[in-house]
Design a protein around this ligand. Structure first.
Ligand code: FES
Length: 148
């Protein structure tokens, strides 16, 4: 591989990796966050294997949905499914099991597991809204977020 090819491929990989890390968010300068799944955009339901969520506190993100386990059983009430991208400016949302809240990794807004806002963005202008929380069903070793 020639040096020029290496640089171009490296830039493309770095670019796509950065996009994945930021959940393909819009810019950090006030751009609107992407629509969450199930927001009238023709989204279908999202399913993941329960093997990704074996222990309380485990979390898994797929197709714009953040799944996390809050109970020891295997009924829908033992799990939460929310949008995975912060409504403020598109930061990645993470369930903080030890703290008991969902936290944005960009400006650190915090949300209850029912989606209510605990605190807004820190050190950034603008506000956020409550998260969309999806009902779930469990079948065949999978959990499905019903985006409606
Ligand atoms: S993007 Fe989440 S608080 Fe700003």
């Amino acid at each position: 591989m020639k040096r020029g090819e290496f640089l171009v491929k490296g830039v493309l990989l770095a670019c796509s990796g950065a996009c994945m890390l930021s959940a393909c968010s819009s810019s950090d300068d006030g751009g609107a966050a992407p629509n969450p799944p199930g927001n009238g955009g023709g989204s279908s339901n999202v399913s993941v294997s329960l093997s990704n969520l074996n222990n309380i506190g485990d979390q898994f993100t797929s197709s714009g949905v953040l799944f996390f386990r809050i109970g020891a059983g295997n009924s829908p009430s033992d799990f939460v499914a929310t949008e995975s991208v912060c409504p403020h400016q598109g930061g990645q949302l993470v369930w903080q099991e030890n703290e008991g809240y969902i936290e944005c990794q960009l400006h650190f807004a915090r949300y209850e597991d029912d989606g209510d806002v605990i605190r807004g963005p820190q050190g950034a202008s603008g506000s956020t809204r409550a998260l969309r929380v999806y009902s779930t069903s469990i079948s065949g070793g999978n959990i499905t977020a019903i985006l409606g």
